[in-house]
Write a protein that binds this ligand. Structure first.
Ligand SMILES: NC(=O)c1ccc[n+]([C@@H]2O[C@H](COP(=O)([O-])OP(=O)(O)OC[C@H]3O[C@@H](n4cnc5c(N)ncnc54)[C@H](OP(=O)(O)O)[C@@H]3O)[C@@H](O)[C@H]2O)c1
Length: 311
């Protein structure tokens, strides 16, 4: 079967022919139709999980994937052949990911059925970015009318987070440059801030002199996050998805939050995909790219919503 692999940490991703994976007891084999691309794929290719998980090489990349159950290992009870499913294809040993025609996953992993009416390609865009956005909103308990600044709003996580914060009743300020501002407004942002015309902190301080309640930051390194945190009122909330928050410094100002590590669990994925099926959340797919062109989009910058590989 065709797959996108790296032959060692740091190697350039390439399309390769790999053996068909066999489902062991309690596992299912999924014929993948689509796979969502995340910044994490590039990190894994360069060894982010080296020392934390065993890896097999050539390592098949990709975490998010959706398709159809093609065969069952012994004892599988939750799924049957033909079910449409979406999940996170990252279990030890790493290296058997979703950028492939087939992949195997234990039935108890993050793997859920796709409701009728949700296209498989749409489902594939959800697991990592969508569930992270939902975890952030769940952890924060936004009150209606609170002001939420989202920095890095135009990418995968941000495109879901703008919607979910808006649904929770927040007044959402989203960073966006150029034409991406319109998309943020359509997704539910009340205001946009172009980070290329001046510091976000200064622009938001000018329009919100009393401060903001919540900062979700998806891109800023520690120093920039510290500066943006001065916008947040004492007692507010700050989350970073890239480990930039100093939880000690936040607590000193009675600010809750810190560094978010999304658990990416099946329960949350089910909830989110149901909201998509109900029409409450849309899945902004910027580009659908054939598997053969996948190596060029892994680690690419300037995302607008999600990029999905069509397999
Ligand atoms: N901790 C966790 O559990 C977890 C889970 C998911 C993701 N993450 C991490 O969270 C980060 C965001 O993920 P993602 O999937 O949303 O990434 P993404 O799709 O690449 O989106 C990042 C967005 O930020 C924009 N951006 C870049 N620099 C910016 C700046 N200085 N100010 C404002 N916006 C800026 C980019 O667009 P332009 O450059 O065109 O402006 C892009 O739209 C990644 O580092 C990812 O690895 C962590």
């Amino acid at each position: 079967m065709r797959a996108i692999v790296v032959r060692k940490f740091g190697a350039t991703p390439e399309v390769a022919d790999m053996p068909m994976p066999e489902p062991g007891p309690g596992s299912v084999r999924v014929q993948l139709e689509a796979a969502g691309v995340n910044p994490f794929d590039q990190r894994m290719a360069t060894g982010y999980l080296d020392g934390k998980l065993p890896h097999d090489f050539p390592m098949i990349l990709g975490v998010d994937g959706a398709g159809t159950i093609a065969s069952l290992g012994r004892g599988v009870s939750r799924f049957t052949v033909g079910d449409r499913v979406v999940g996170k294809f990252l279990t030890p040993p790493a290296g058997h990911g979703s950028f492939a025609e087939y992949a195997v996953l234990p039935e108890g992993a993050t793997l859920v059925s796709i409701p009728n009416g949700v296209p498989t390609v749409t489902a594939a865009a959800l697991p990592t970015a969508g569930v992270t956005a939902q975890d952030l909103v769940d952890a924060t308990r936004i009150e209606p009318g609170q002001t939420v600044l989202i920095v890095g709003a135009t990418g995968g996580v941000g495109s879901f987070l703008v919607q979910l914060a808006n649904i929770a009743g927040a007044h959402v300020i989203a960073t966006a440059r150029g034409p991406a501002a319109d998309q943020m407004t359509r997704l539910g942002a009340a205001e946009t801030v172009d980070y290329t015309v001046g510091p976000v902190r200064d622009q938001v301080a000018a329009t919100h002199p009393g401060g903001i309640d919540i900062l979700f930051d998806l891109v800023s390194p520690p120093e920039a996050l510290t500066e943006l945190t001065t916008l947040v009122r004492d007692g507010g909330t700050v989350y970073s998805t890239i480990g930039s928050a100093s939880e000690h410094a936040l607590r000193a100002r009675d600010i809750t939050g810190g560094n978010m590590e999304s658990k990416g669990r099946a329960l949350e994925l089910s909830r989110l995909i149901q909201r998509v099926a109900d029409g409450d959340v849309v899945v902004p797919i910027d580009a659908t790219v054939p598997l053969a062109d996948g190596p060029a989009v892994i680690g690419a910058h300037g995302a607008r919503g999600k990029t999905v590989l069509a397999i």
